[in-house]
Ligand binder design. Sequence first.
Ligand code: GUN
Length: 292
Amino acid sequence: MILLDGKKAANEIKDEIKKEVLFLKKKHNITPHLVAILVGSDPASKTYVMHKVAACKYCGIDSSIVELYEGIEESVLLNKVIELNNRKSVHGIIVQLPLPKHIDSRKVTNTISPEKDVDGFHPLNVGKTVLGLPSFLPATPKGIVELLRRYSIQTKGKKCVVLGRSQIVGLPISILLGQKGDYADCTVTLVHSKTENIEEEIRQADILIAAIGKPGYVKKVMLKKDAVVVDVGISRVDNPKAKKGYTLMGDVDFDDVKDVCSYITPVPGGVGPMTVVSLLQNTLSSAKGLIS
Ligand code: GUN
């Protein structure tokens, strides 16, 4: 079994981004700027945003966090997004999800200007992605494809099973891997809560992308020998013995499956760091004016 070390790959990518940012500053006097909007005080969301900010800092990308309180009115949030859309010095805007229940997340992501939508959630970017046109790809699917590329994992003609149909991960990764091209060209099956015989479907997978948010769900008995396993899940599981009182766990029971798969991403240190650097790559592309 070979570990798909997302942390190592992400560190290499961060150094590549850093060089490009320096060049952009020197040659064109442009410093990419990412703004993250964080609503409420969900500890996991806060941690994710902090990771994004720290990675920006390392790469020389400016970043700001707009912190809004849990009970903020939707209209105030929408106006904040519009204000950032109009600010020339801002190249990327993200609104960390999930949002409080009284806010319509779709309305919010639809309000972000498609040219600054570095999360790739706006319908225009989703549509362009489906058509294979230049667009901001959502960070986690983009990071997964990049990780497969960095480890030269052959995907052409392989049977790929995507577990979970979320708009952020499952749906877009199934589209990307089914498209024509390198690190794509898969035969994709998207399985979800209404799929019959889920385990039988999973057992067909040469490549499994697990993104359902159920800690430890995938077991050895569900896997084909030598499957490539990409674990997108990252749940906080109570653990009184751990310093923080919880342990991070993926959707895959790592210890159970590690001897049957050929490659596997660890949690943490697999997909997570790749998501962060993909967001930075999108922000850099935006600052360069590459996507419009
Ligand atoms: N919540 C979980 N993943 C993401 C992501 O990629 N972007 C945003 N904005 N929120 C998230």
